[in-house]
Design a protein around this ligand. Sequence first.
Ligand code: TRP
Length: 458
Amino acid sequence: MAGTQHAQWSSRWAFIMAAVGSAVGLGNIWKFPYEAGEGGGGAFVLLYLLFVFIIGTPCLIAELSLGRRGQKNPVYTMKSIATEEGRSTMWGLLGWSGIVGAFIIISFYSLVGGWVLAYIVKAAMGFGGFDAAKSTETFLTFIADPVQPIVAHFAFMAITVGIVARGVQGGLEKAVTVLMPALFAILVMLMIYSAVTGAFGEALNFLFRPNFHALTGDKILNALGLSFFSLSLAMGSIMTYGSYLPKDVNIPKSAITIAGADSAVALMAGLAIFPIVFAYGLNPGGGGGLVFMTLPIAFGQMPMGEIIGPLFFALLAVAAITSSISLLEPGVSYIEERTGWSRKKVTATIGFAAFLLGTLSSFGQPGNLLGDLTFFGGMTIMDVKDYFTNNIIMPLGAMFMMIFVGWFVSRKAMMDELAIEDKNFRIWYFLVRFICPVAIFAVFVNIIYDTIIQPMMG
Ligand code: TRP
């Protein structure tokens, strides 16, 4: 183990901004609104919030604590805590699964980030005269192009690498403490604009009027999965960010702030997007297309659309960049500590490798070079990566992490790390030992049943 000095955040504020930056991303700004729509609006939102606080937050606390206790990259952190507790170093595999998962996610996350960058430019040129057909065709032509999305993907990855290469205080911290407040400001502006000009009442109704009939079993599990993805859990991102935490920062308090900010941004994004969607009669269940295929119609019609449009995509790019840096960081910290190479060299190498892997996701888009290549009954290359990370690595990683913290690490070690009142500790400990693993296991089994077992049985 070559020893490089392990970095630290300069303040609690810097850490909170970085963690919120990691949490808030494409997941909040388009995934949350449309999944909420499909899940029946208000009831789904309520449940999502419940999961964020009852299940996600205890996991967030656990992952941060592991990181700070281990003071290293995810692999060494898991190994060193396991050794300290007299457990098998096989637990290091959990660090590995996070690093590999984060690497796979960033390979396609950065491609979508590139699409967003490209759409800043498209929006600035104006979407005048865009109807549903024109806007759909524009998007499909763009993703079918073998070159353009790759150039944008490269640009997005280069920005991510540029930030991560500068290190924790010089790069990550400087970027997030500027970008996150900027994001917040743009979001507030968009929300006000939407409230004034769009169908705000309808949006409120859609997002907050609970309709429990629409809330079927799979929607409940969707809400849990989304709460995990949205908080950036189980991929080593949070563990690595935790390892840069000074000892005097209160982890439970920080975790509650992070979860609060993450869900607030999701709700704000919903309140910015849906008034536009309803005002222009767009389809709220439009999925990934909601942003790229439907909003340009609205931007093309609304007054000041050439300003609001680019602003919106800039917001999405900021959110995506502060998330992608957290996806690159676990691998970078591992290779850096393992080899002792310079941070620049490590970051550029991993970033370039993830870029190359990501080009496959682009070539696999419908109409692109490998567009005809599908797996398991119609999944594109990107779908496969998304499925493997979100539905397999994430739930299993999170479950084993909770089992490790709840059953294999001594109670005293966790009490030391958390330093909270006995009563609160007991609530957290109970959630981590029993509720979290069981709930996650239920999601996992359901996903496997729905997508593998049931189709096989016809
Ligand atoms: N949370 C981010 C989003 O909502 C994505 C993300 C960043 C992530 N780091 C992660 C997801 C680690 C899972 C694990 O877009």
